[in-house]
Design a protein around this ligand. Sequence first.
Ligand SMILES: O=C(O)CCC(=O)C(=O)O
Ligand SMILES: [Fe+2]
Length: 241
Amino acid sequence: MTTPIPNPNHSNSQIPTLPQSLYYYPTFLPPSTTTTLLQKVLSTPKPKWTQLSHRRLQSYPTSLTRTTNTLLTSDPLPAWLTDPIIPRMQELNIWTGAPHGAPNHVLVNEYLAGQGILPHEDGGAYWPVVGTVSLGGVVVLDVYEKREGEGEGGVGERVGRVLLEDGSLLVTMGDMYTSYLHGIAEVTVDEDLGPETIANWGLLGDKERFKSGRSERGTRISLTYRDVLKVVKVGGGFLRK
Ligand SMILES: O=C(O)CCC(=O)C(=O)O
Ligand SMILES: [Fe+2]
């Protein structure tokens, strides 16, 4: 499989000092859209959520099969997750070269203040691009080296920190997708924020907001867009929930 080529037109959005390639778009969605999306996600009935130990999760249109990582469904993504987000991503050429030319799977994460996600990689079920839309609370995403040859989950040195603002889009591809890990610490305050410590400081939409160097966590939703490589369409309404 060939690796997607970062679009040189977007070099202004590329996060410096980190391995390639992470792109940050601070005001990808206007506040009116983030508010509507946040309400939509937070009003989802409880059975649609999977409660994990450190966050809640929804999978659209459904979760992947456990053994073969296949998207087995006849349902498209719901309109509230596609418009206007996917056309805007396509304008940025994020899915150019992807097997389906657009994301076909969205994992929606909810983190309460103090919750996070352990360092991990997103793996081979997907085309190696993730588009992450952040809604609500601000968090710092940590990037780590991956320690090969130490079995599963070898977490190396932290190589950088990225601040994710409400309405922003983070695009992860290339080496950042395949050779590094990412995680969110379980803290109620992100501290030590500044131009020396936050890799995307120069790209932030509202640096003033973080000039105290601290940011209190609030409830955050992330919409993570992916293109699943293996898709099997099922007809006739079988396997529907
Ligand atoms: O919430 C985030 O920004 C990260 C989520 C994540 O890493 C994942 O869903 O794989
Ligand atoms: Fe991830």
